[in-house]
Ligand binder design. Structure first.
Ligand code: ZN
Length: 296
């Protein structure tokens, strides 16, 4: 299955940490009813939904962008050996760095790290445990942290919300700042002529998409603007993990409106492989067409 996509002169590779049934539909979406799932089960299972456990299948992955000789890594998954409250994330040992190396990039060769937002499954490999301390995994990289996101998670509300998962600020963000590798940036920061951040607030206050444009082609890494294909069909469904579900819904609907029926490739963080696809309009609203599906 294709894990690398060409976007003009840019190359984007999926760097997958895991893909498994994670949560029930209602644990993710408070608005999802059993009737909704029953209605969609024929196409949801088994690719996106595990009937036995009643859980949605999510991928956890980062994206390696090769742009003008630079290696830009977007999102660093859950990470290894971290104390986490959710058993499926706690003290894991995945071979994610091997996946990165297989994609053609040693950790020392990463030039820029971007975290679309500061949630547990997007910051983990920022650091790794060395002799009992958390050290930057990518010692030669600048880590771009969105200032607004940093401010939120340092605030009382952010500190409260972090208790849901385990204190990843302590083991995955602060060690980077202390090592002097963090650059605090605006939500519309431009990384290079082809790669820039775009604001996508709601899921978290400072969440960003990463916009890639080269030689007339465009792709967008969407962070957690969409968690599953269901949210393309039901754009009103925000998740229980959205800091501002109303703004999250607004941002998602505006995004779908803007990119429907265009040839802009979408790269959502949690869609199972091949992950990449396009937004299409249909008689009910929107649908997602993976790159390996025919146009309808
Ligand atoms: Zn996520």
């Amino acid at each position: 299955m294709a894990n690398t996509f060409q976007v003009g002169d840019l190359k984007v590779s999926l760097v997958v940490e895991s893909e498994f049934p994670v949560l029930t539909p209602n644990e993710v979406y408070p608005d999802a009813t059993q009737e909704d799932i029953d209605k969609n089960e024929a196409w949801l299972a088994p690719r996106f939904y595990d009937r036995i456990s009643d859980k949605l299948i999510l991928s956890f992955q980062g994206f390696l962008i090769r742009s003008d000789g630079k290696n830009i890594l977007v999102d660093t998954c859950v990470g290894d050996c971290k104390d986490r409250r959710r058993p499926s994330f706690d003290q894991k040992k995945w071979s994610w760095l091997d996946q990165l190396i297989a994609a053609g990039c040693e950790p020392e060769q990463v030039d820029i790290v971007v975290c679309t937002h500061f949630h547990v499954d997007h910051v983990g490999w920022n650091t790794q445990r060395v002799d009992g301390t958390w050290q930057p995994t990518f010692p030669n990289a600048r880590y771009l942290f969105v200032k607004k996101e940093w401010d939120y998670w340092r605030s009382g509300e952010g500190a409260h919300n972090i208790t849901r998962t385990g204190d990843y600020m302590q083991d995955s963000i602060l060690p980077i700042v202390e090592a002097g590798l963090a650059d605090f940036v605006d939500m519309d920061h431009r990384i290079d002529p082809d790669v820039s951040l775009k604001p996508a607030p709601g899921h978290t206050p400072g969440m960003v998409c990463v916009d890639l444009q080269s030689n007339g082609s465009q792709a967008i890494i969407t962070g957690d603007l969409l968690h599953t294909v269901l949210q393309v069909i039901y754009p009103d469904w925000s998740t229980r993990f959205c800091a501002d579900p109303v703004l999250s819904r607004h941002t998602r609907k505006a995004f779908l409106e803007r990119y429907a029926n265009t040839d802009v490739m979408i790269l959502p963080a949690h869609f199972p492989r091949p992950t990449a696809g396009y937004i299409e309009r249909d008689s009910h609203g929107f649908r997602y067409r993976f790159v390996d599906e025919k146009k309808s």
